[in-house]
Structure formats: C-alpha cells, structure tokens
Design a binder for this molecule. Structure first.
Ligand code: NAD
Length: 268
C-alpha cells in the first residue's frame, strides 16, 4: 500500500507546522503550504520560504519517493487553491487528507472594528475551507480513507467579547464541517474539525497578549493566563493538535465532529 498523502494549509509555523511534522513521522507524505511572502496584517504571518528545510529532517520517504514538498498558497484565492492541490497530485499522485488549518485573528470592539479586517478573517478562516475543499474533493473521492480536518476553535463554540469576527468565522468553520460531513458521507469522505483552546503561537503571543501586556511580560502572562483559564493547568501545544488530526485522519467511523482539545476549558 502506498503511503497516504496529506495537504496541510498554514503549515509554515505554529499548529500547522506541528501537524506537518507529526503526519510525516506517522508515515504520511506531506504537502506543506503557506503564504508566498510577507502579507500585511496586524502581526507578521508565516510564509512557505525555508519551510522545506524545517521539514526535511523529519521526512523519511522510502527509497527515492519524496515524502515532503512545499508550495505557496493563499487560501483566499481560487487559483492558488487549485494550484496547491494540482501540485500535490503532480508530486505524490494522490490526496487522502486535507487539513484546512490556515487562519488569522484580529480583535476589538465591534463599533471600531474595520470592515477590511472582518472580510479578511472570514476569507481565510471560513471561505478558505470552501475553496480548498472544492479543489480537493475530486481527488479525495478516489483516495483510500479520504478525509478533511478543519482547524476551528473553542471560539467556534462560544462567543467571547471583542471577537465577533473571529468567533463568527470559527462558528462558520464548524457549520461547514457538519454540512460537508453530511453531504460527502455517501462518497466515503469524512469531514471533522478540531477546536484548539490556547496555543502559544503568534496569534496569542504577538496579538492577543500584547494588547493587554508589555512585550517583556507576554510569556509569563501567557502561562499565568493559561493556568487561570484551563482546568488541566497548562496551555495546549501544536503537538496536542497534531495528535488530534492524526486520530481523526485514522478514525474511519467518525465524521461531523468538532473535537475540542483545550484541557477542559470548553466542555460542550
Ligand atoms: P499562526 O499564525 O502561527 O499560523 C497560522 C498560519 O496560517 C500562518 O503560517 C499564516 O501564514 C497562515 N495563513 C494565514 N493566512 C493565510 C492564507 N490566506 N493562506 C495560507 N496560509 C495563511 O497561528 P496558529 O495558532 O498556528 O493557527 C493555526 C490555526 O489554529 C488557525 O486556524 C487558528 O485560527 C487556529 N487556532 C489557534 C488557536 C491558538 O490558541 N493559537 C486557538 C484556536 C484555533
């Protein structure tokens, strides 16, 4: 049997990088995709440049078969999504698992929140799932144990103040997950989501925490805040999320769920 193939979006760093590494270690061949270059946002985003070096140490392809490849991707652009899927098929010949992980955050009171930020958040976090799924489904249909895993959030299960755009986009991600799970079940394609709690990536350390604290205090404040909010007492890690993706990729009778990985912070 040939090794299964995963396409992971937003794979340059943080949760997506951990997912790509874990999938490689588990024997998947991985197309790791992220933005082509620096993008203007309220904190620096990741980019695909240099990503192959980050992943090559964990890539253990059999014989001459490549086990990791990298491509540029902007999940808000239709042609970019179809290109990323086409490159995956060209490189590996199949696609078994699509991980829609790319995401952006912004926060602030609704009355001063910019329309441009609102649109961008929905374009990446919600519409990106639609565009990537549309590109991938024809190939998933012919693959063994095909599935899609979307990175939603606990913010997609309960609204919090000053996060209307982000929460709305993640509620949408869960709704899309459930709808596609029903629609694609007859094709044998499973669709699930994971809902991370608090992971110390750029989203938290460069955006959500600095709004409340001086830069030098961010790391300590992040740990304190996590301990205060999370019953199990520690923030989540990218590896926690990657293990959940691996479980969902393998769980042949599980579809339509939004699996919370949040140390007990959210229990619905
Ligand atoms: P991150 O900012 O480190 O990673 C997000 C990645 O997505 C970046 O590499 C970025 O370049 C990429 N990206 C952004 N826009 C893109 C686009 N248009 N096309 C392609 N790639 C794009 O943050 P992270 O915490 O690793 O976030 C990963 C996912 O986890 C996101 O969907 C996020 O909403 C979700 N999430 C994170 C947390 C957390 O606590 N960090 C909690 C819940 C959910």
């Amino acid at each position: 049997m040939t090794a299964p193939v995963a396409l992971v979006t937003g794979a340059a760093r943080g949760i997506g990088l951990a997912m790509a590494q874990t999938l490689l270690k588990a024997g998947y061949r991985v197309m790791a995709a992220d933005l082509p270059g620096d993008q203007n946002w309220n904190y620096d985003l990741g980019h695909a440049k240099g990503l192959d070096q980050k992943l090559s140490s964990v890539a253990t392809g059999a014989g001459n078969e490549p086990s990791v490849a990298v491509c540029d991707l902007d999940v808000t652009q239709t042609h970019s999504c179809t290109n990323a899927v086409a490159q995956t098929i060209e490189t590996f010949g199949q696609l078994n698992l699509l991980v829609n992980n790319a995401g952006v955050v912004d926060s602030g009171p609704i009355m001063t929140f910019s329309e441009a930020a609102w649109d961008r958040i929905f374009a990446v976090n919600s519409k990106g799932i639609f565009l990537m799924s549309q590109a991938a489904i024809p190939h998933l249909k012919t693959a063994e144990n095909p599935s899609i895993v979307n990175t939603a959030s606990i913010a997609g299960k309960k609204g919090v103040p000053n996060m209307a755009a982000y929460c709305g986009s993640k509620f949408a991600a869960i709704g899309i997950t459930q709808s596609l799970a029903s629609e694609l079940a007859p094709e044998g394609i499973r669709v699930n989501a994971i809902c991370p709690g608090i992971v110390g990536t750029a989203m938290w350390l460069e955006h959500l925490m600095p709004k409340a604290n001086a830069a030098s205090e961010v790391a300590v404040a992040f740990e304190d805040r996590s301990a205060e909010l999370i019953p199990l007492g520690r923030p989540q890690t990218g590896d926690d999320m990657a293990e959940a993706v691996l479980y969902l990729a393998r769980a042949e009778n599980v579809t339509g769920i939004a699996l919370t990985v949040a140390g007990g912070m959210e229990m619905n």
